[in-house]
Design a protein around this ligand. Structure first.
Ligand code: C2E
Ligand code: MG
Ligand code: MG
Length: 547
């Protein structure tokens, strides 16, 4: 008999002893005419408490019988009870047993429901939450089990919810969670936050589950998924942390899986395994924040220019200015790392002024050398919405006596997806001032091609993501469709991240106007750009150096 069985046996014996004891006591104190017969409520209520309503009912009936036909009303006078008397008591005992048991059953059920609710995700009712996750990890650690924690962050779920369809966002996660449950067992997929699923691997997982999960996630993030009539691309970042024993806490393991997925490009999907060097890298990023504030004074920022090639007329049509940071004069930190931090700490505006200033000076030099090119600068939506941006950008141009139509302002499509009237108005204003506008990274946001027609722009830049997959028929068709539609609006199209001749040939076939990418050249320092310009015009079309 196990521990629980033994406890139950003790309880049964206790109740039986109580019932017999009380019956004897009632008899010895002279029968049911005395108040002591009511002591029977104690074993009845205890039985209901231990085993619920039916047991309570049975205990009531047994006590009713023992205090019933065989128990005299007055032992000394030898008077027996009137049957109506003991039958009503028996019914009363049974009813109290049943009622108490029912109430206790209800309370227990409500408590259980509350406990379960406490362990369920508030967003996806079929998934357990982080409390359950941490308690499961805790028990794995205690029993020294090896396991893997897989955190899956859907980085663009908020945007899908806000700008496409809130229901769609939930449906996407639901569908993904169901697939993951299939590989790992239904109790091993958890929801941490609305946009984060966690898988805790265990011996119940299907053989080769990790590979299968990887393939599933790859599929989700590589192709636009069709759901509820929408076609959307999911950005999934996956962090995996492996536990092979040792002293740690659930939160530490979870944090490691999180640190793992925070690696890599902000707007790219990917699977990352945790390793201890990540912690150091993270600390470095925190250091960057402090160091960046002094980067301009210390002359650590500089601008490089990536050529844009007009593939219809086979000429260099312009350049995109891209900022670089040589931290402490030696480590090159990429804009994908420091631009988001600069936006967060309100330093982006200083960087933009620095870049714009450099670009205007550079363009003056190039114009004086007879180079016929336009130059594009990137901008972040936060600064664009602020009035100062158009004021200082305008003042800078005026003070240098430059021609605004030589300058193109790139705004990422993700920013435009914010659907903010103020932004669209600002774009109209910049156009009125005479700047060229282009929509950067097209395809990474949530605008349909049709809604693009309502936005003022001159050039659409197809994101590298699509160019990388141009050999897939579905994507190639999409690109062709982008180009044709943008041409019907009388605007031009440039493809970003062109790296191979094959990509270039397909884009030429689709009548794309311009390309930019490593196939022709990486971003270059001004003097390298000049050399490339000359070489290109001498018919040597490709460069290899660059930043
Ligand atoms: P973006 O504006 O889409 O710039 C294109 C990025 O793709 C650049 O990365 C460029 O070096 C890279 N690229 C171009 N062709 C190829 C290719 O063939 N293969 C590959 N693998 N990459 C290619 P970069 O310079 O690291 O810039 C990243 C992003 O940082 C930019 O994306 C832009 O959004 C932002 N950024 C750069 N400079 C500035 C700036 O001055 N201000 C602001 N607000 N953002 C900036
Ligand atoms: Mg750009
Ligand atoms: Mg881009």
């Amino acid at each position: 008999m196990n521990g629980k069985g033994r406890i139950n046996l003790v309880k049964i014996l206790l109740i039986i002893a109580m019932i017999i004891g009380i019956s004897v006591f009632v008899y010895l104190t002279g029968g049911t005419k005395k108040v002591f017969v009511h002591l029977m409520y104690i074993p009845i209520i205890l039985t209901s408490l231990f085993w619920g309503s039916y047991a309570g009912l049975a205990a009531g009936a047994v006590c009713g019988i023992l205090a019933g036909p065989f128990m005299p009303l007055d032992v000394h006078l030898g008077v027996m009870q009137d049957p109506v008397n003991w039958i009503s008591r028996l019914l009363m005992f049974s009813f109290i047993g049943l009622l108490t048991g029912y109430m206790i059953d209800r309370i227990n059920k409500l408590n259980k429901e509350k406990q379960e609710r406490n362990l369920k995700s508030p967003f996806y009712s079929h998934l357990p939450n982080e409390k359950k996750l941490f308690s499961d990890i805790e028990s794995y650690i205690r029993s020294n089990k090896h396991f893997k924690l897989i955190s899956i962050k859907l980085t663009n779920l908020n945007e899908i919810e806000k700008y496409v369809d809130p229901k769609l966002a939930f449906d996407v996660v639901d569908e993904l969670a169901i697939k993951l449950k299939h590989y790992c067992g239904k109790d091993h997929v958890y929801s941490y936050e609305k946009d984060e699923l966690i898988v805790l691997s265990c011996e119940n997982c299907e053989a080769g589950y990790e590979e299968k999960i990887r393939k599933e996630l790859d599929h989700y993030s590589s192709f636009p998924v069709s759901m509820n009539g929408y076609k959307i691309r999911l950005l999934l970042k996956v962090g995996i942390c492996e536990y092979k024993g040792g002293d740690t806490t659930p939160i530490e393991i979870y944090n490691k899986s999180r640190i793992a997925y925070e690696q890599g490009e902000i707007n790219e999907s990917g699977v990352y395994y945790y390793n201890d060097s990540f912690k150091t890298k993270r600390r470095e990023i925190q250091d960057i924040t402090g160091a960046m504030l002094e980067s301009i004074q210390r002359n650590e920022l500089f601008v490089v220019y990536q050529p844009k090639i007009d593939i219809v007329n086979n000429r260099i049509s312009g350049a995109e200015a891209l900022v670089r940071w040589k931290r402490n004069g030696k480590d090159l930190v990429g804009p994908n790392i420091f631009i988001p931090i600069a936006e967060e700490i309100g330093f982006i505006d200083k960087i933009s002024r620095f870049v714009f200033n450099n670009v205007i000076t550079q363009m003056e030099t190039w114009k004086s050398k007879g180079m016929d090119i336009k130059c594009a600068v990137n901008t972040s939506v936060h600064e664009l919405i602020h009035d100062e941006y158009s004021v200082w950008a305008n003042d800078l141009i005026k003070s240098k006596n430059a021609d605004r139509s030589d300058y193109e302002i790139e705004i990422t499509e993700r920013a435009i997806a914010y659907n903010d009237r103020r932004l669209i108005e600002k774009m109209y204003y910049l156009k009125e001032l005479g700047y060229q506008l282009s929509i950067d990274d097209f395809g990474t946001g949530y605008n349909s091609l049709m809604s693009i027609g309502e936005i003022p722009f001159d050039k659409l830049k197809i994101d590298k993501y699509f160019v990388d997959r141009i050999n897939k028929t579905e994507i190639a068709e999409l690109i062709r469709h982008f180009i044709e539609y943008v041409h019907t609006l009388g605007k031009t199209v440039i493809a970003e991240g062109v790296e191979t001749e094959e990509q270039l040939d397909i884009l030429k076939k689709f009548k794309c106007d311009e390309v930019q990418g490593y196939y022709f050249s990486k971003p270059l320092l001004p003097e390298e750009f000049e050399a490339f310009y000359e070489k290109f015009n001498m018919a040597d079309k490709r460069g290899v150096v660059g930043y």
